[in-house]
Design a binder for this molecule. Structure first.
Ligand code: 5AD
Ligand code: SF4
Ligand code: FES
Length: 370
């Protein structure tokens, strides 16, 4: 099947059903869309997804300033460059002052929202630090600044404290919805069930919940990716962060993988297809054009917008720390200041014919509807 142009009527029927409303595609149809390779078919998939995005988000892009708060992580995921076992990483953790400074810059630049991300730390000190940061953000923005946390699995009480302190969105990628693949990507003490439980708890606490997966993992099948898409709907996710897997040389999973041009092109294409399929199946969720797309192609994020994404997360971390936060090889903007990225991004988004929603929080339409 792979590579052969799909018959017009057949593909058109699937795309029309996808465009008509959320949840209308079957698992085999999703697999079918993910296996498209003919350039004409891919263009039709993208156009169908883009038309759904237009309906729910218009030709608009919401920004989230990404603050990489620290690279200390208790976990040891086999794919990730800042895993506990990578001794080459120089570890850092920003204090409340530094994080609040970066968030204030993003707020003044009218980014509307920030994402605070770090490796996974479960401790009373860390919980308290994040509470203090949230307090500072609420103070200077009067609660106007959108705040997403991406700080890994935590106890329910911690999620509650952070919600009360002003966080209203939480990103926790499931990484893969296949428990079997999850086990192959993580050491035995990483618990798929706990991750699921965290997602449910976040939901119950009133967060806008974001999840997502990596696409193109070694051994991952299109059927598993289709199951991921079905999982997002079952979870009733408000936001998605989807990105291609990119090998990191100092990790168990990435050490032996060659990253040639054709590998990069394949990973990029799969990441874009996954965005389009999610848009066609879920309709009104926020979908981020992940930075990993930009690592594979200079215009990766613009391609992501064209495929149906409506959120971009420009890095607002001080240059001094960016190099220490490398989840994968080839992370972009390691030498560019936040200011320069802002200008670059504005030009690129305008060039793609889209409008940045400066100064707006950009909540997920799906969440507003619930
Ligand atoms: N390639 C792409 N994405 C990665 N992540 C971690 N390691 C990699 C990699 N090698 C993603 C995970 C995590 C997010 C913060 O970064 O999906 O949830
Ligand atoms: Fe830690 Fe997240 Fe990397 Fe896993 S993916 S090692 S939890 S930072
Ligand atoms: Fe950083 Fe283009 S976004 S230089």
């Amino acid at each position: 099947m792979v590579g052969r142009p799909a018959s017009r009527t057949d593909l058109d029927g699937i795309l029309e059903r996808g465009m008509a409303g959320p949840g209308r595609l079957s698992r085999p149809e999703i697999v079918r869309l993910l296996s498209l390779e003919d350039p004409g078919d891919l263009r039709r998939l993208r156009q169908a997804a883009y038309s759904v995005k237009l309906r729910h988000a218009g030709r608009n892009v919401s920004l989230r300033g990404l603050i990489e708060m620290g690279n200390v992580c208790a976990k040891n995921c086999f794919y990730c460059g800042i895993r506990r076992g990578n001794a080459k990483v120089e570890r850092y953790e920003l204090d409340a002052e530094a994080v609040a400074g970066m968030a204030k810059w993003a707020y003044d630049q009218k980014y509307g929202s920030v994402v605070i991300q770090s490796g996974e730390i479960e401790s009373a000190e860390h919980t308290g630090l994040v509470c203090r940061i949230l307090g500072r953000l609420a103070d200077f923005s009067g609660g106007e600044l959108g705040v997403t946390l991406s700080l890994g699995e935590q106890e329910e009480e911690v999620f509650r404290l952070w919600r009360e302190a002003g966080a209203h969105r939480y990103l926790l990628r499931i990484e893969t919805s296949s428990p079997e693949l999850y086990r192959r990507l993580h050491p035995a003490d990483h618990d798929f069930e706990r991750r699921l439980l965290c997602l449910r708890r976040l939901r119950a606490l009133g967060y806008q919940v974001g999840t997502g997966v990596m696409c193109g993992l070694p051994g991952q099948t299109l059927e598993q990716l289709a199951d991921d898409v079905l999982f997002f709907r079952r979870l009733d996710a408000d936001m998605l962060g989807l990105g291609p897997y990119i090998p990191h040389p100092d990790t168990p999973l990435g050490a032996s993988l060659e990253i040639g041009d054709s590998y990069r092109a394949r990973q990029l294409d799969l990441g874009l297809k996954m965005i389009s399929v999610c848009r066609l199946y879920l309709h009104d969720v926020n979908i981020a054009a992940a930075t990993a797309l930009q690592a594979l192609a200079d215009n990766g994020r613009e391609l992501g917008l064209g495929a149906g994404a409506n959120v971009i997360m420009p890095n607002v971390t001080d240059l001094a720390h960016r190099k220490k936060y490398q989840l994968y090889a080839g992370k972009p903007c390691l030498e560019e200041s936040s200011d320069r990225c802002r200008g670059c991004l504005a030009l690129r988004v305008a060039g793609a014919g889209e409008t940045i929603l400066w100064g707006e929080r950009g909540d997920s339409p799906h969440y507003r509807r619930r």
